[in-house]
Ligand binder design. Structure first.
Ligand code: DX5
Ligand code: ZN
Length: 221
């Protein structure tokens, strides 16, 4: 289970808006829509004002899915937890550039543990802040809402940073966007250079998740 190579558009469901009492079923549903990656939002109640899942949940879900687990660490001390998430079954770890000064060391550690690595920028963090870290990564995540909650409004100005991030990292590193992605906003971020589209509410608020995923794909064609 490996993050697909750059060059394809991937819709990546975020389970934050799924039914947490039925996560295995929810993931199986989006898997049947042919997605390759699922996005797991990890929040610590410190870096962001919300608390979600930790390594034990990742470990349990691992038994039910062959999708790439893209773990978005919205936590204050990502270096302390990277190993536990990878041991639990995370295939890709994204940490926030705002939370880790020693990013080179953490990216190396993630790679040496067999996972792919990403850095994430909050809406107020300039694109240039990934100048050194971005090229070392497999994916750069540009937040298009303030992290912490699903179903927020897409921030156009934050999304425009994708253009600059793409310029900095070139074509071989994925650019992921997260927050307010739906049939209207997905084609906009793709036109800016994003290729990895996280969507929570736009998929899990719909009774037919497969149709919702297909609608985002179609909107981007
Ligand atoms: C927000 C999370 C997102 C969230 C996106 O802090 O990082 O992954 O699930 O949700 P939507 O797509 O509903 O904006
Ligand atoms: Zn996320």
């Amino acid at each position: 289970m490996r993050l697909p190579q750059a060059g394809t558009i991937e819709v990546v469901p975020s389970i934050l808006s799924a039914d947490f009492a039925n996560l295995a079923d929810e993931i199986a549903q989006v898997e049947s829509a042919g997605v390759k990656v699922v996005h797991l939002d990890v929040m610590d109640g410190h870096f962001v004002p919300n608390i979600t899942i930790g390594p034990p949940v990742v470990e349990k879900l691992r038994k039910y899915s062959r999708l790439v687990f893209d773990c978005h660490l919205m936590i204050s001390e990502p270096a302390l937890y990277a190993e536990r998430f990878i041991e639990s079954g995370a295939n890709h770890l994204t940490f926030h550039i705002e939370a880790e000064k020693n990013f080179g060391k953490l990216i190396d550690k993630i790679h040496s543990l067999g996972a792919t690595a990403g850095v994430c920028l909050n809406p107020d963090t300039p694109a240039e802040s990934v100048k050194d870290a971005g090229p070392l990564c497999d994916m750069v995540l540009v937040m298009t809402v303030h992290p912490g909650f699903g179903a927020q409004k897409f921030m156009t100005e934050a999304a425009k940073k994708v253009i600059k991030v793409r310029e900095i990292i070139g074509p071989s590193v994925r650019v992921e966007v997260d927050g307010g992605i739906n049939v209207q906003t997905a084609p906009v971020v793709v036109s800016y250079g994003a290729d990895t589209l996280v969507a929570g509410n736009a998929i899990f608020s719909k009774p037919d998740r497969i149709k919702a995923i297909e609608a985002i794909r179609t909107a981007c064609r």
